[in-house]
Write a protein of this length. Sequence first.
Length: 149
Amino acid sequence: MNVQQLAQAVSDLQAKDALPVKLTPEEWKALAPYLTVRYLREGEPLMHEGDCDRQLFILADGELEVRTRGHVIATIKPGSVVGEGTFFSGQPRSATVTPSRPGVAWGLAWERFDRLSHKHPRLAVDLITGLATVLAIRMREAVLVGHFA
């Protein structure tokens, strides 16, 4: 899987909480070295509720189930971001995320984002603005449906 496939998944996603970044192919190539690729196996969790690792993922292929307190609260499609809350806050993860189909996710750890922000500040600002937009939309939705504690 190359970063252009990830870019296409992000571009193709038609969802209220889609990542609103309009990066050029050159910007995606500049971002790629800061990302790690995770090959996902069905049923093998990508992240666990309560963990504190400051890493978010962008799903390029497959499907993820988000569970909290044993209940599925969301299904993540290709092009979506997951883990943005802990990425920003450093607080424990609020959900367990498990692939319901095999796939590929690209991860961005906080430390790598910090390095990206020094080397490519404009790209980092564009990315962080998009991630903050996703977070704000999801927080608003959680408040409206009562999943916010």
